[in-house]
Structures are given as C-alpha cells and as structure tokens.
Design a protein around this ligand. Structure first.
Ligand SMILES: Nc1ncnc2c1ncn2[C@@H]1O[C@H](COP(=O)(O)OP(=O)(O)OP(=O)(O)O)[C@@H](O)[C@H]1O
Ligand SMILES: [Mg+2]
Length: 267
C-alpha cells in the first residue's frame, strides 16, 4: 500500500448559500503527481485552498501526514505551511523585489540562516528551475513562463515535501507550457516531492499525471490513472477528458437552466 501524504475527508465548503465543495474525498499518495481536473467553477482552486490550510471547510477534514489541519492552532498551521510549497496561478511575486529576493523571502522569514547560506540556496533553487541568469531581474522584466519559474523557485525555498500548483500552464504558449510540465516532472523525480496540480488542460494533465481526479460542480466524479480516465465509460469523464462537444456537460447548459434562472424557479 502506498503511503498517504494527504487525505481529504468528506470536505464540504460553502460560500453563502452556494455549496462549492460537496463531501469531497480523495487521497494524495506519497511521491505521486495527482492532477485535479474540472471545468471552470467546479471548485478546484477552492479545494486547493482547503488543502493548504487557507480556507476552513464547513465540515470534513484534511489529514496531512496523519495530522488534522482543520483543527490545528495557528502556530501548528504555520508549521504545516512551511512544509508545503504553493505555486499560485499568477506566480504571486512581489513586484518591488528582485527574483533573488523573492526566492529568499521564505528563508529570511522562517529560518535563521546566514545571508551567505541563503545566497547559495537561492542559486540552487534558481538553477533547479532554469532561471539562474535572471536572479537580479525584477518581476516586471520577466515573461509569463519566467514568472512561473520564479514562483516555483520561491515555492521550493524551504524544501517542501509537497508542492501544490494552481493552473501552472494557464496563459502560456504551448511550448512554454510543455516546458513547465517537464519542470514539474523533473522536480517530482529529482527531489521526490509529491505534487498536486490543478488544471483543466488535458494535454498537460496527460503529460504529468500519475493519477487524475475529476470534479464537477463541487462533486467528486471519478479518479484513476490516465489510462483509466481515457478509457472511462462515464459520460461526464468521457466528455471532459476527450473534449467532446456533446455530453452531459453541454446538455446541462442547453437544458432548462436558462429558463429556471430567468424565472427564478427552484433548480
Ligand atoms: N471567496 C469566495 N467567495 C465566494 N464565492 C467563491 C469564492 N471563491 C470561489 N467562489 C465560488 O466557488 C466556485 C468555485 O470556484 P473555484 O475558484 O474553486 O473554481 P475553479 O474550479 O478553480 O475554476 P477555474 O477553473 O475558473 O479557476 C465558483 O462558483 C466561485 O464563484
Ligand atoms: Mg481556479
């Protein structure tokens, strides 16, 4: 049996009256790359935020290496956050700081390491993501792909056990997107980190995934290896994974929803 790094147990999250995650259950296995798939608004980013301890669910729990993160004190949660790396959609760099300073930030905030050591660590992280030459550049001087790499170097600063990526290839050209995928695979292999990647791009998902999970409107639909998902007979999985123009996802949009919305009836 593979070791479980993170276990999502019946997580339900609401915003107002909207149930954005509905009793989601899934495991992230140690060392794997798990891809979370789903259409826009299906709850992927929300699930990621629950898993990194940014949002508390209304019910359910997230167990990370045997510990419940939903019941942790602020101090314990801060420790948990130090053991994970997160690459947000935009890269989330501080615009007033150079690339090197962005990468150094978690090290300066969370460790007592001397500056000379931090300098070496920055170089190692930037080398890992192929950005050593750009250490003195400011974020505004970077291309979209370089910003992702810099964000990734910062996510790696504290040697995380697990990396979370939200739409790592969104907004990138196909070649740069494939390069970021290679980097994700590389880091997984070289550093042995566990990865959770949120995306709706199937090509990218097939390149990187050991396993996939499909969400739809806050519900778990299916999970499996890339082959299992490719061969699935579930109409929803089939339509999403193969990008079909006909299926339950489009029928729903064409169905009575518009009239219901217009007339304000019960869904
Ligand atoms: N802070 C919030 N307050 C209120 N509603 C929210 C909040 N965050 C997300 N939602 C709602 O939750 C639903 C799921 O959003 P989420 O961002 O998780 O989707 P997603 O699957 O990541 O979509 P995308 O692929 O477009 O990024 C959406 O309907 C969204 O409007
Ligand atoms: Mg999202």
């Amino acid at each position: 049996m593979p070791e479980i790094a993170i276990e999502v147990r019946d997580v339900t999250k609401r915003f107002g009256s909207q149930t954005v995650l509905n009793a989601i259950r899934l495991d992230v296995q140690e060392g794997e790359t798990l891809v979370i798939l789903g259409g826009s608004g299906s709850g992927k980013s929300t699930l990621l935020r629950v898993m990194i301890g940014n949002l508390r669910p209304e019910s359910g729990d997230v167990i990370a290496w045997g510990k419940s993160i939903c019941t942790m004190s602020d101090e314990q949660l801060a420790d948990y956050r130090k053991s994970i790396g997160v690459l947000f959609q935009s890269g989330a760099l501080y615009n007033s700081m150079s690339v090197a300073d962005n990468v150094a930030l978690p090290l300066r905030e969370h460790t007592d390491l001397p500056e000379e050591t931090i300098d070496i660590m920055i170089k190692i992280k930037l080398e890992l993501v192929g950005l050593r030459e750009a250490s003195t550049k400011m974020p505004a001087e970077l291309s979209g792909g370089m910003k992702k790499r810099a964000g990734l170097a910062r996510a790696l600063a504290l040697d995380p056990k697990i990396l979370f990526y939200d739409e790592p290839s969104a907004g990138l050209d196909p070649v740069t997107s494939a390069e970021i995928d290679e980097l994700i695979i590389d880091l997984n292999e070289k550093l042995g980190v566990t990865s959770v990647v949120v995306t709706h791009e199937m090509e990218s998902a097939y390149r990187i995934a050991d396993r996939m999970v499909l969400l739809d409107r806050g519900r778990f639909v299916a999970s499996g290896t890339p082959e299992q998902m490719r061969d699935s007979e579930d109409p929803l999985v089939k339509q999403f994974v193969h990008g079909l123009t006909h299926g339950p996802l489009t029928d729903r949009r064409r169905g009575g929803q518009y009239e219901v919305d217009l007339l304000g009836g019960e869904v």
